[in-house]
Write a protein that binds this ligand. Structure first.
Ligand code: SF4
Length: 298
């Protein structure tokens, strides 16, 4: 409690806001001003009246907040909380793909570094990937970096899609056998999964949705039991916001070690030291912003 009180007091003194991704530790979600997905949180960062943003998430998310709100100081409590999926593609890889497929437009999932966004034509999120790809004025799309989200999109469009072979190691741990076992144990439970899951898992789902989409779906759906195929952190929010329903994690192994690097102690240190800061250099920021704006304009 002492630690939480200290964080709350320092947050006021520093004129800071704490944002937490849906995959953060429960105690981090509980002290946050807002809990949400990466784009939701970046938009909140942009519109916040506070000058300091403590972004409890992974590195590319803090970068996205810095791209959208360059006048603010964005702190990432653990600077080593990277995203292995985002790290699976480099700006040089994107340049090479553009040379290889000169007629295609590059659609980059938000889970990419600022440098990779800067080389891309459009960004997308897991919530809007299908509609972005459909609306991009080109019949050929280079889709980076997630192969499973790319597969999901490719099933909903007639466009030619060149998919980068990246994946999220955490979602990869959810296996079709896990879903099948739970389905036979809880036959009334609906299978709700994130599109970063393996394609064999996606093929078994009743509903495929982003983290915010999963929360919205279970709130509005008439069912009572759900098998949830995404990072375990979301279960805290689901059980808190929808206590009358039952949620089973598809796998207890789907824990993102990077997301869990942010702790209460590190949040307090970040507020005390105003460090570690994530700041995107201006020439990269403006180009990356263009890709995000292109998505929003679509
Ligand atoms: Fe990256 Fe996967 Fe962790 Fe999300 S859950 S931060 S995509 S490694």
């Amino acid at each position: 409690m002492d630690l939480i009180e200290k964080i709350k007091k320092l947050k006021e003194d520093r004129d800071a806001i704490i944002l937490a991704h849906n995959y953060q530790l429960p105690e981090i979600q509980d002290i946050a001003d807002f809990v949400g997905d990466s784009l939701e949180l970046s938009r909140i960062a942009k519109n916040a009246k506070e000058k300091i943003i403590v972004f409890c998430g992974v590195h590319f998310m803090a970068e996205t907040a810095s791209i959208l709100a360059p006048e603010k100081k964005v702190l990432l409590p653990d600077i080593n909380s990277g995203c292995p999926l985002a790290n699976m593609i480099s700006p040089d890889d994107v340049k090479r793909l553009k040379r290889e497929f000169p007629n295609a437009k590059v659609v980059a999932y938000i889970n990419t570094s600022a440098e990779v966004k800067a080389e891309s034509d459009y960004c997308c999120t897991s919530a809007n990937a299908i509609s972005v790809v459909e609306k991009v004025p080109s019949d050929e799309i280079i889709f980076i970096p997630d192969r499973n989200l790319g597969y999901y999109v490719s099933k909903h469009t007639n466009k030619k899609i060149y998919i980068w072979n990246g994946f999220c190691p955490t979602h990869q741990r959810i296996l079709p056998q896990d879903i099948e076992k739970l389905k036979s144990k809880y036959p009334n439970a609906k299978v709700v999964v994130h599109p970063e899951c393996r394609r064999e898992v996606l093929d078994l789902a009743d509903k495929i949705a982003s983290t915010s989409g999963i929360i919205k779906f279970v709130k509005e759906d008439e069912g009572n039991e759900y098998i949830i195929g995404t990072e375990m952190g979301i279960l805290h929010r689901l059980r808190k916001e929808v206590p009358e329903k039952i949620f089973y994690p598809a796998s207890y192994l789907s824990v993102c070690p990077n997301m869990k690097k942010n702790t209460l102690e590190k949040v307090l240190w970040a507020l005390e030291e105003l460090n570690p800061e994530v700041k995107v250099p201006e020439p990269i920021r403006t180009r990356a912003l263009k890709a995000i704006e292109n998505m929003l304009n679509l």
